[in-house]
Design a protein around this ligand. Structure first.
Ligand code: GRG
Length: 290
């Protein structure tokens, strides 16, 4: 089965599950703001990595729904907060007004807060998972999202504005800001299926390469794509004097770096072919095209 067919077979059930935690309610509820950001066109990259990996290792993707929901809630919260005036100050996200523009700043802050809390709630309450699994997943998610992961990366991103950083510093920032959640999506589900330590190591390397490629691609799109293609105002990284791959290395070297990470991903998947069906995961490389 290819990724398109796999996504088609789980999309409706997953979307329903994602929204069921936030039923439509009266005007005093935070739910309309949360539903707005959950339904405005995200690719669902991270949750489908989780579902596809479980499938690839012979498990039932539905058994990982709570994990997949949790990572999308954290991702959605991070984008809502990232767009706020105090952060990247973006008026548009996915071609539509960002949450604080469609609602207001206080509501956007609360929507992000509630999404983050819900991520931990859904995992902790999934009684189909063993108690030890839940505790382990909660700890891994907290680490990926918090002061050692995504938040640490976001902090570095803010601190480095207007400063020239080294490539090593930029890589470390990306590994936390974008990498932590992607690495979680590719590593945490391995705890739900039977895999060897060697496979875990290979998947960790794949996750690292994929996450870096994903961020370099994002940097390149910022330079090469129009506002329409990106669904938001472009060139904001340059305006904010942010450090990016093209800013540090130049356009061609940044494109070369992206190709290098994609090649690394392909090589790892070739090695993994012996222990898993790599078809679905290989299809995720299509998202890395600029
Ligand atoms: C506010 C604590 C806090 C963190 C924000 C991830 C992040 C940290 C900010 C996003 C900045 C950004 C645009 C990074 C580039 C890579 C990235 C995360 C892109 C968006 O992810 P996609 O493409 O989003 O998976 P969709 O819209 O498909 O859900």
């Amino acid at each position: 089965m290819n990724l398109q067919d796999f996504r088609r077979s789980y999309a409706a059930a997953f979307e329903e599950a994602l929204l069921e935690e936030f039923p439509e309610q009266d005007a005093t509820s935070i739910h309309p703001s949360i539903r707005y950001s959950l339904t405005n066109g995200g690719k669902r990259l991270r949750p489908f990595f989780i579902l596809a990996l479980v499938q690839a290792f012979g498990g039932d993707p539905k058994s990982a729904f709570s994990l997949a929901k949790a990572i999308e809630y954290i991702h959605c919260y991070s984008l809502i907060h990232d767009d706020l005036p105090a952060m990247d100050d973006d008026d548009y996200r996915r071609g539509k007004p960002s949450n604080h523009k469609a609602f207001d700043e206080a509501t956007a802050i609360l929507a992000g807060d509630a999404l983050q809390a819900k991520a931990f709630e859904v995992i902790s309450q999934d009684t189909d998972l063993a108690a030890e699994s839940r505790v382990s997943l909660l700890a891994q998610l907290a680490k990926a999202a918090g002061d050692q992961g995504m938040v640490a990366g976001q902090m570095k991103d803010i601190i480095y504005e207007g400063q020239k950083v080294s490539l090593a510093q930029l890589k470390a920032l990306y590994d936390q800001k974008t990498g932590a959640l992607i690495r979680f999506s590719l590593q945490a589900p391995l705890g739900l299926v039977q895999v060897s330590d060697q496979t875990k190591l290979e998947m960790a390397s794949f996750a690292q390469a994929y996450a870096l490629a994903f961020q370099i691609q994002n940097d390149l799109q910022e330079v090469l794509w129009t506002d329409e293609e990106r669904g938001k105002h472009t060139h904001s990284d340059q305006e904010l004097e942010k450090n990016t791959y093209p800013a540090l290395l130049g356009l061609e070297a940044a494109q070369e770096a992206l190709r290098g990470e994609i090649k690394r991903c392909e090589e790892i998947l070739s090695r993994l072919e012996e222990v898993m069906d790599t078809t679905l995961i290989r299809d995720f490389l299509d998202y890395l095209k600029v």
